[in-house]
Structures are given as C-alpha cells and as structure tokens.
Design a protein around this ligand. Structure first.
Ligand SMILES: [Zn+2]
Length: 478
C-alpha cells in the first residue's frame, strides 16, 4: 500500500508517550550539569505539557508560565528561570533545588467497568478535592455519563511537596480523548483551580492506494490489499447497481481503490474516511467511479461522464396502465376479508408488455402459488422488484438471466389468485415489500452543465492524487 499526504502540512507536534514517567534522573552528587539537566527537563516538560494539552490552540502559550512555575518551583515562585540558573554557583543550593524540583508525571488510566471518573482519578493517586474540582470543570464541556469503561484518560500529576504538608500529588491535568477529533480536559490554573477545555484536534487527511487482482472474491482481495472492512462493504454497495457479485467476478478481474485515512498530529492513523475512487475491471471492462459531493450536499458515486451509479426503478413498469389497487389494507376481492395488499395493481389488457423496473438479475421466473406466473428481479443488495399474475414470460427471461431497465420481461395476464388481467407489482427493500409509490428510490442522476464541470475537475484532481500515490512506494499487489 502506498500513501500520500494531502491538505496543508502543519509543524510536527512533539510526541509524548502517555504513561511515560518524565522524571529527571538526578542525584545530588552531580554538579552544575545536572542542574542544567533538571531545568532542561523541566523546560521540556513544560513544552511537552503545553503541546500535549493544547496541540492546536493559538493561545497555548498562556498556559506556559503557570505550568512552568509548577514544574520548576523553587523557594520563590516568582523567580524566573534565568535567576534560577544564577543559583548554580552554590552546590548546596543546587542540591536543594534538585531535591525540590518536582517532576510532572503522566499516566494513562483505563476506566474500569462500573467505575466513574472520580474512582479512576483516585486510583491514579489524585487528591480527592483536586479530582472533584477537575471533574466539575470537565463537566462543563462534556457529559461525563458518556464516559465508557475501557476508555483511556490521561492524567498529569506532580508529586506532593512534603514541605507543605501534602501527601497526595497535585493533579495538573486530566484529558479525556472523546474521539480522534476531540479531547476534553481539566487543566490546573494559577490559583490551583481547574479550567475546562474542549480541544478540537485537526486531523491530517491522506489518501491510500490499493490495487490488486481478484483471485477469489472482491472481499478477500481487497482485504489482503489492506482496504478496511467497512470500506469494502461500501465498495460492494456502490458497485451493486452494476455488478452481480455472485456471477460477474472472475479470476483475473482487477480492482483499484483510493481511500482516505486520517492521522493525528503525532502521525498516528486514527480513522479511515471514504473511498474516493473505486474501480473494478471485470472481464476486461472497467467500471470506474468517483465519490463526489454536489452543491446541495448530496454525496454520490459517478462515472467519468457524470452518470450516478444509482439507477432509479420504474414506478410504473407497464405502459399506459391504470393503477387499480394501491398499497395497503383493503378488502380482498377473492378472499373477501380485509388483508394487507403488499404491492400495487395495474389494470391493463391481457398481453400488455411488462418492463423490468431496473437493471438486474432474474432471481425467479416461474409459477409461484397465488402469484401465478411470477418474476422477481434483484437490482442490487437493497432492492428487488416482483411481477405477478403474468400470462407468459418474454423470450429469454428465466431464472438467472440478466435484464436491463425497460426490457420486456413478460405479459399481463390473470394467472394465480386473480380476478382479471392485471399486473401485481412489488418493490422489495431488504427483503420486505414496500410501497412502490412511496419508496424513496435512488435518483440515478446524470450531471450536466456546471455540475458536470465540477465533477470533471474533481475527477481529474482525484486521478492526479491517485497517480502520485500509486507512483510513490510499493503499490499493493496480491
Ligand atoms: Zn395485487
């Protein structure tokens, strides 16, 4: 798999491994260098803390001085680092500084089953009042009932200053990663109180290319090439208007995919986006589709010429027919009692041609009980249509044959439980009958004019990105 970065680059954020104990390894027997090290570590600590807590905020610096004083607190809290450095002269003073230089340490703690944030913070060794105050602050930006067992929170603590009679460490910050794009936090301020913070994390979008030959199934081939399972299911849905996965895939067919992946500032991949280019080459014929957002916000996959992959089903599959019975409860004309009518009836003269409502595969063409002569067409993974009481089937239409939208599949009759010549028409959505007049059939939009021009620009950009991506390192092959 090859990867490419897109979007604006941002400076690398320093990376802290949560759980690392950032304690300066110092001993009083060492001299000036160690003090410099202590100050240095403290400075790094401050820097890391700021970066860690506020990865993107422009006013992150405002946190600096407070945390600085806490990290390098010497006798006089107002003492600056430069003044501190002047103290290096005295070895005794140095020892004192080192012994009193507290090190903030970070912990990652997993919320246990049946536990809450208070329990979790106490378990981390936090002072109860600190924990209470931090929780109150976080509660301002986050509903803590949404905290889940198994979630990991980041806690920063500063060891207790025994000279001040403290026994528990001071809580410096609590960070809850809510999602890859959001953290909420409580951060200790100058007064020892806690400020809440709701941090939006800008993710960097990159595009990942995967391609390969299909030896067995599309699922297995794309899985081997590193396409995430969710995106494979999306791919199958997208292609299901054009491809019958049970029949059309042959050994040697090819796929190519360009999909989004997002990473955080530490360079860690945190989530997958969408498939932006999807291509299948079946028996040498390519179907290449582009994910595109129209100006009204609808998102769809289009081919290079702007034809949406979605194909509408015909609502009236017989020409010039009259709707004689709608969908819903009605008194059954033969059985005499009220019954749910799970289709619609079109009255038409015997022998009137019936058209396939959409492209698809004939799942059944034959006798089917009260339905009489019956055809059911599978259009994609979601939609099927069914036609009942036919006089006869059109030539070549049998179970397993492919039909095109508008193709004549049979003729109106009165076979099965029927009072007279009519077509009983059903649309099945995920296996259940739905009202063909109300079902929100996909649009099958064909772009033109400005919309088409926008698609073409978008398509060309995606193709450029794909060439760059596929052209870099190894291209996945299987
Ligand atoms: Zn009917």
């Amino acid at each position: 798999m090859a990867e490419i970065e897109t979007g604006s680059g941002r400076p690398e954020a320093p990376q802290i491994l949560a759980g690392d104990r950032l304690t300066p390894a110092l001993g009083p027997e060492n001299s000036g260098r160690m003090f410099a090290a202590a100050v240095g570590v403290a400075a790094i600590l401050v820097f890391l803390t700021i970066a860690f807590i506020r990865p993107t905020s422009p006013d992150a610096k405002s946190l600096g001085p407070e945390i600085s004083q806490q990290a390098v607190s010497i006798d006089d809290p107002a003492t600056t680092q430069n003044q501190e450095l002047a103290l290096v002269e005295s070895e005794q003073q140095l020892e004192k500084v080192i012994s009193q230089t507290p090190a903030i340490f970070f912990q990652s703690i997993t919320v246990k089953n049946g536990s809450n944030l208070m329990d979790t913070l106490l378990k981390a060794g936090t002072d109860r009042l600190d924990a209470h105050n931090a929780i109150t602050a976080i509660g301002e930006v986050f509903n803590l009932r949404r905290l889940r067992a198994g979630q990991t929170i980041e806690v920063a603590l500063r060891p207790a200053d025994e000279n001040e009679g403290n026994t528990k460490p001071d809580l410096i910050s609590v960070i809850i990663p809510v999602s890859p794009e959001r953290q909420v936090a409580a951060i200790r301020n100058d007064d020892g109180k806690f400020d809440s913070d709701d941090i939006a994390i800008a993710l960097e979008r990159k595009l990942v290319h995967a391609a390969g030959i299909i030896d067995d199934s599309l699922f297995l081939a794309t899985d081997r090439a590193g396409v995430p399972a969710r995106l494979i299911m999306d791919l199958i849905r997208v292609f299901s208007w054009d491809v019958d996965f049970q029949r059309d895939i042959r050994t040697g067919d090819k796929f190519e995919v360009l999909f989004e992946r997002f990473r955080d500032e530490a360079g860690v991949d945190v989530k997958d986006g969408e498939v932006v280019i999807a291509s299948l080459t079946l028996s040498g014929k390519e179907i290449r589709l582009y994910r595109h957002t129209l100006e009204d916000g609808t998102v769809d996959y289009f081919d290079a010429e702007g034809q949406s992959v979605r194909k509408a089903l015909l609502r009236t599959p017989v020409d010039g027919a009259r709707l004689s019975s709608g969908y819903g409860r009605r008194k059954h004309p033969i059985l005499g009692y009220t019954k749910m009518h799970r289709g619609i009836d079109f009255a038409a003269p015997r022998g009137t041609p019936i058209m396939a409502a959409g492209d698809g595969m004939v799942e059944k063409a034959g006798r089917n009980g009260a339905y009489g002569n019956y055809i059911r067409i599978r259009h994609n993974s979601t939609y099927k249509s069914a036609y009942a009481h036919l006089k006869s089937f059109a030539r070549g239409v049998r179970t397993g044959s492919r039909v095109k939208q508008g193709q004549i599949i049979g003729y109106v009759g009165s076979t099965g439980r029927s009072t007279g010549p009519h077509l009983h028409y059903e649309v099945l959505q995920n296996g259940s009958q739905t009202n063909p007049m109300k079902v929100k059939l996909p649009t099958g939009k064909k772009l033109a004019g400005t919309e088409l021009a926008q698609l073409e620009t978008h398509r060309d950009n995606l193709e450029t990105a794909l060439r760059l991506t596929a052209g870099t390192t190894e291209t996945a092959a299987n």
